[in-house]
Design a protein around this ligand. Sequence first.
Ligand SMILES: [Ca+2]
Length: 345
Amino acid sequence: MNGRYLWVWTLVLGLVTHSASVNRMVSLPPSERSVSRPLRQSEDPVTPEGDFGGGERDLEEPLNERDALRRVLEEKEELLSRIGMLERANRELTLANSVIASTPSDEKIGNTRPADCADHFVMGAKTSGIYEIYPFTCLCGEPLRVYCDMETDGGGWTVFMARQPGDIPLGFNRSWSEYRSGFGDASGEFWLGNVHLHAMTSSREYALRMDAHLSSGDVKFGAWGSFRVSTEANRFRLSLSSYSAESTTRSNCLPNVNGLLFTTYDRDNDETTGNCAVTEGGGFWHYRCNNLIHPTASRSEGLTSSCFNNQQDTAVFLQLKIRPVICESFVKTIFLNANKCHSCP
Ligand SMILES: [Ca+2]
């Protein structure tokens, strides 16, 4: 039993003991009962023995036996209510511990290295920057260099796509193979790689966040409670759901991409007769070539969308990032310091 349980159960046992004493008191003959009263101030006048009142009590009628019994019963009900609250709290702690226990731990799979930026955060890293991660299915592989956002909404975010101003724009009109393995540099513009996104999101439940700095000066974000990328054999099918009402964009910038396959100029998996990656540039989970936002569009065409504000606006800085979903609020507070819990199964 850990210290937290011990604390809770100490309180529970204390209240049970108190409740038992109340029960005993109710069963006593009236002459042997006493009525609890507030502690008195030292300057309170001394009242004659046998008088229920004195001081402020003078304003009240002495408790008769029925009132005394009612008060005892009310106190008993309150105690039982508090015991119920503590029991519920204990069940929540038990559930929270099971969440921790069921999370694939590095030790269980022989990997003592951080699998994502949330692991780095838990291990004490609180500064945004470049970190090395080891997704669970890459135990024998080289570490991945990623940018970790350790500040936004509590931190712990692994950035898997970044678009930002630079002297030489990184071209995003890349092949299936390049989107598969990733390209660019984590310190600037880059795509982590679909095979790595699959490795990560098949090991833990992840939430998605999109941060956009706009040419108008506004800063907007969209959030989704569930993000998962399937295998390459399944053409990196995307599962995206639970759009968050906390998002500050005007609308859901990715409203129709759930269930879509990934498309590049050399792998046409979209549902149109043509190839959206050819006509729109970049690689993405294309929905009929008219996604509200196309994060991998060419810089010259601009990352323009009407989903940010009430009018067309252009993102000059855009990040897509993921973080493990943790539903137990106290666990999330401990580990990620976030305020809200997204949807969970
Ligand atoms: Ca097509």
